[in-house]
Write a protein of this length. Structure first.
Length: 186
């Protein structure tokens, strides 16, 4: 079940939760973030290759690329069997921006985008079937949890667009991480 938890940027202890996709979409749209529920019903193995994932979702990805002018797509796939998963998680945990849209389609697993705008932090849990698109220069960070399991299709206009431009703010360290918001199964 998706979750949007909205915090004041200066108070990580008070928040408001939303669980319905239409509410999450409406609220995020007010801050220029697109959130939709797509169909993610293809069976993928734990070690499915990038080509296999892209092939399984060829139709919606090609339509997205055509509609938005994206020219390339790739897949980020992270799971606990990967010895470098802690380093991959850490890479995204600081507030940053990108020079182009950050459009992501979750085909398996989950992660949280923390979007920092208009004096608030919008912790947006994205799960299998969720599509999110952050416009260029949107301050955010991302957490996949200490036991990650996700496959996400990413689309780009240019390969350089996904390079993170870190803000230098420590705001991300003051808010609850994925494991505090999404209980880790024993």
């Amino acid at each position: 079940m998706s979750l949007l938890r909205i915090f004041a940027e200066n108070n990580p202890h008070r928040f408001e939760d939303f669980h319905e996709v239409h509410d999450i979409s409406r609220i995020l749209n007010q801050v220029h973030i697109e959130f939709q529920r797509w169909t993610a019903d293809r069976e993928l193995t734990l070690h499915a290759t990038q080509d296999e994932v892209l092939s399984a979702y060829d139709r919606p990805v090609k339509q997205l690329m055509k509609d938005r002018g994206f020219v390339t797509a790739d897949v980020i796939s992270v799971n606990v069997e990967m010895p470098n998963h802690p380093e991959l998680r850490k890479k995204f945990l600081e507030e940053h921006t990108h020079s182009e849209d950050e459009a992501r389609f979750f085909v398996e697993g989950s992660g949280i985008f923390y979007i920092h705008t208009n004096g608030r932090v919008y912790a947006t849990l994205c799960e299998k079937g969720d599509f999110i698109d952050l416009p260029p220069r949107t301050k955010h960070w991302f957490d996949m949890g200490s036991r990650p399991s996700l496959k996400v299709i990413r689309t780009f206009v240019t390969p350089e667009g996904w390079v993170a431009d870190f803000t230098g703010s420590d705001i991300a360290s003051r808010f609850p991480r994925y494991d505090a918001l999404v209980p880790v199964p024993a």
